[in-house]
Design a binder for this molecule. Structure first.
Ligand code: ATP
Ligand code: MG
Length: 274
C-alpha cells in the first residue's frame, strides 16, 4: 500500500542544507495502524508530507497505492487516497460554517450536491458533531475543531489517513475522544499513520516507527518498542504509565509479566497475584 525506498529529503536554505529524511526504507500494508514517535526535529512531519505529495523526495522514492508520488500524473490519485489531519485545528478550517467546511474537499471532486450533503451528514455523525452543523467553526473548542477536520477527511473517503500530532493542543478529554475516533476508523478498515508525542496513544497502534535524526531507528509492535523502558529513557522517551509502574513493581519483587502496556492489563496481572 505504501512503500518507501531510500527516501531522502533535504531542505535547502541560505544557512545550509538540512537532511530531514536520511534514506528511509519501509512498507505499510493496507489496513495497518502505524504510530510514528520521535524527538523534536527527527523528521516526522517531513515524512507525513511525503504520504500525500505535499513534499517530494529529494532522492529515493515513495509509492502510495503503487504510485510513485513524484510522477506528476499520479498526484490526483495520490491525494484522493490520502487524507491529512494536522496539529493546529485553526489552520485547517477554511469555511465560515461547519457543514461547508466538511464539504470543502468534496466540492472539488465534482460530486452531485445531494450526494455531498449525504456524505457531510454521515461524516458529522461519525464524529458526533451533527448538532453543530450550522455553527461557525470559530465558536468551537479545539477538540471540536479537530473533529470537524476529521469529518472533512471522513467525507473524502480516503483509504489512508495521516494524523500529525492531532491531539497536541487538546486537553486530556479531547485527546481521548480523538484517539477513540482514530481507533474506530482503523476498525472500519482505514490505513492509519499517527504521529504523536504521547506514548499512551502510540501504544494503541499495531506498529510503531521510532524516528531519530531523519531515520527510523526502531520498527516494531508497541510491546517490542516499550518493553525496554531503560533503553527508551536513554533515547529520550517515556513509556506508557502502566508499563513504567509494572517495571517498578517488578523491581520490588512483584511477579508481573514483562509486557504490560495498559492500565487494564496491569490491573489484570495484579489481580492474578496471590
Ligand atoms: N521548511 C523547512 N526548511 C528548513 N528546514 C526545515 C523545514 N522544515 C523542517 N525543517 C528541519 O527539518 C528537520 C525535521 O523537521 P520536522 O518538522 O520533520 O520534524 P518533526 O519530527 O516533525 O519535529 P516536531 O516533533 O517538532 O514536530 C528539523 O531539523 C527541522 O528544523
Ligand atoms: Mg512535526
Amino acid at each position: 500500500m505504501i512503500r518507501a525506498e531510500n527516501l531522502r529529503h533535504v531542505y535547502k536554505s541560505s544557512s545550509g542544507d538540512k537532511v530531514a529524511l536520511d534514506g528511509l526504507n519501509f512498507s505499510i500494508e493496507a489496513g495497518e495502524f502505524v504510530a510514528i514517535i520521535g524527538t523534536n526535529g527527527s523528521g516526522k512531519s517531513t515524512l507525513a508530507k511525503h504520504f500525500n505529495a505535499l513534499l517530494l523526495p529529494t532522492d529515493g522514492k515513495i509509492f502510495v497505492d503503487g504510485l510513485d508520488t513524484s510522477d506528476e500524473k499520479n498526484l490526483w490519485h495520490v491525494r484522493e487516497n490520502v487524507g491529512m489531519v494536522f496539529q493546529n485545528p485553526d489552520s485547517e478550517i477554511v469555511a465560515a460554517i461547519v457543514e461547508d467546511d466538511v464539504a470543502f474537499g468534496l466540492e472539488n471532486l465534482g460530486i452531485a450536491p445531494e450526494k455531498i450533503r449525504e456524505r457531510v451528514d454521515l461524516a458529522l455523525d461519525a464524529v458526533n458533531m451533527t448538532d453543530y452543523k450550522k455553527f461557525a467553526p470559530s465558536k468551537l473548542s479545539g477538540g471540536q475543531k479537530q473533529r470537524i477536520a476529521i469529518a472533512g477527511v471522513i467525507a473524502m473517503r480516503t483509504k489512508i489517513i495521516v494524523f500529525d500530532e492531532p491531539t497536541a493542543m487538546l486537553d486530556p478529554q479531547g485527546r481521548r475522544e480523538i484517539l477513540e475516533m482514530v481507533k474506530r476508523l482503523h476498525a472500519q478498515g482505514k490505513t492509519i499513520i499517527y504521529i504523536t508525542h504521547f506514548m499512551e496513544e502510540a501504544a494503541a497502534a499495531q506498529r510503531i516507527f521510532l524516528m531519530e535524526g531523519g531515520r527510523i531507528i526502531k520498527d516494531g509492535t508497541p510491546r517490542e518498542i516499550f518493553t525496554d523502558a531503560r533503553e527508551m529513557k536513554r533515547l529520550g522517551f517515556n513509556v506508557p504509565v502502566a508499563t513504567e509502574l509494572a517495571e517498578r513493581l517488578r523491581r520490588k519483587g512483584f511477579k508481573l509479566p514483562q509486557k504490560i502496556l495498559t492500565a487494564a492489563e496491569l490491573a489484570d496481572a495484579l489481580n492474578k497475584l496471590k
